[in-house]
Write a protein that binds this ligand. Structure first.
Ligand code: SF4
Length: 470
């Protein structure tokens, strides 16, 4: 069956995994690496055996092949008492599936006559704060999981037998279920979910998976299948009603209450951030959200609209310059309008911690935020095309379906995740022309985020003024 291809964000995750894996080797320097050869797994296993027999102390990607298993150990190290096995993970903690992964590898090794005395998961320690230099020993945490791995061996054996049986039989006839996204979204999502219509109960706003699958299994899939007396929250009910009627739901008093909170000039504001597993700058923690860009559209009471923006230098920590420019660019009075303000407020509070000299001024900004998502979540305005999502990427095209100026899909960078990956990798790009092009795309993307908010605000205002005429 056809498998979903990895998207740009998944590829970026793989690249992070490789970089983290390479860096972790420095914890056990001087080892020999088994080169990956997809056409010759046996050759990789033979080379590993050769190195072991030759008495080497550390092997990276040590490869083992048993009758029904294949394992590549990230780091196999000969300690004082015997072999030790280290699995490197780019995450900030040990997850259940890391243990299953290591337990499987351990079983394959044992079947090949190798019984490591220690099994450990090497993962990122996100409490580490980088100083002038990166300290690899402090960036990584090593968790000894030997006991857990030994205790899992019987279960792993049973699972391997079950997998063997499964692989030798016909394609199993299993319907979609909670298993489709337990750890990650399954690669076969596109294939197995093709029969689920849109919209369906799986789009219902903030309904837990268990309940959605319970409905699905009892034959309730489309909105038309949902009985009238089925218990739903008010947003879910409006979602279904508008989908059936095709009409927009408007509650002007909710919109009015929101608009009354706003003070001119209105600063429509949006941050972009990047996150890195391996911190590049002094004071940076692994995976911390690093603001590198903002866009502000300032709407004055007389209708004049100004645009201000900042995009940091990809080679340096952009935060100090961003703070200084932001404090100049945001007007001294008036509301700061964000879509889902908790994100922007959290970043501003973190910046206040990082730059105590600007702390008071930054914290004062945090008090001025107003959230443009509020009138939507409060059911002041619901369009059937929101399909249970109040993100700006759902709201904007529903409100302005044919406006090329407000079309994210026409941009090279179309969402915050892409902006994050692109900026995080920009310093690696040698081609100056290409770098400039990407920087222009980043500016265009962030600019649209705040222009979108201006247009959404105007639309809400229009609803209150002209709502009765519709
Ligand atoms: S987990 Fe779900 S999506 Fe993946 S193969 Fe099974 S049914 Fe299909």
């Amino acid at each position: 069956m056809p498998r979903d291809l990895p998207d740009a964000q998944q590829k970026a995750l793989f690249a992070t995994g490789h970089r983290v894996g390479d860096l972790a080797k420095e914890l056990f320097p001087g080892g020999d690496e088994i080169a990956f050869d997809s056409k010759n797994f046996d050759g990789m296993a033979c080379r590993t055996r050769e190195l072991i027999d030759n008495g080497v102390s550390t092997i990276y990607e040590a490869t083992f092949r048993s009758a029904n298993g294949f394992a590549m150990v990230d780091i196999l190290h000969r300690g004082d008492k015997g072999w030790e096995m280290y699995e490197v993970k780019a995450s900030a903690s040990v997850k259940d599936y890391h243990l299953w992964d290591a337990a499987f590898q351990y079983r394959v090794l044992r079947a090949c006559g190798m019984e490591p005395l220690k099994v450990a998961i090497v993962h990122i320690d996100n409490s580490y704060v980088r100083g002038e230099e990166l300290e690899v020993e402090r960036l990584f945490a090593i968790e000894d999981v030997t006991e857990e791995i030994l205790a899992m061996q019987e279960k792993v054996g049973m699972r391997m037998q079950a997998f063997d049986k499964l692989l030798s039989g016909p394609e199993p006839d299993i319907d979609i279920g909670e298993q489709c996204s337990i750890f990650y979204d399954c690669d076969y999502h596109g294939h197995c979910w093709a029969h689920v219509p849109s919209p369906s109960v799986f789009d219902l706003y903030r309904m837990g998976d268990a309940r959605k699958f319970e409905m699905y299994r009892s034959g309730i899939v489309r909105y038309e299948d949902i009985p009238d007396d089925f218990p739903l929250n008010p947003i879910q009910r409006i979602q279904i009603e508008t989908a059936k009627s095709g009409e927009i739901h408007v509650n002007p008093s909710v919109i009015e209450t929101f608009l009354e909170k706003l003070c001119f000039p209105l600063n429509f504001f949006d941050f972009e951030t990047f996150q890195e597993a391996i911190p590049r700058f002094k004071g940076q923690r692994p995976y911390m959200q690093m603001p590198f860009q903002y866009s502000i559209h300032i709407l004055h009471e007389n209708g004049m609209l100004e645009h201000r923006e900042f995009l940091g230098d990809e080679h340096h920590d952009p935060r100090r310059e961003l703070v200084e420019r932001m404090l100049e660019d945001i007007t001294p009075r008036g509301s700061i309008v964000a879509f889902n303000r908790s994100f922007e407020i959290s970043r501003i509070r973190e910046l206040a911690e990082a730059f105590p000299e600007y702390r008071d001024r930054l914290l004062k900004l945090a008090e001025r935020f107003v959230d443009l998502i509020e009138p939507f979540r409060g059911l002041g305005y619901y369009h059937p095309d929101f399909n249970g999502s109040f993100s700006i990427k759902s709201v904007l095209p529903a409100l302005f379906p044919d406006d090329p100026e407000l079309d994210y899909t026409a941009l090279a960078i179309q969402n915050g995740g892409m902006a994050m990956d692109v900026f995080g990798n920009l310093h690696r790009l040698k081609d100056q022309k290409k770098r400039e092009e990407i920087r222009r795309s980043l500016l265009a993307y962030c600019r649209l985020d705040t222009l979108a908010m201006v247009r959404i605000y105007e639309k809400l205002k229009e609803e209150v003024v002209h709502g009765d005429d519709r």
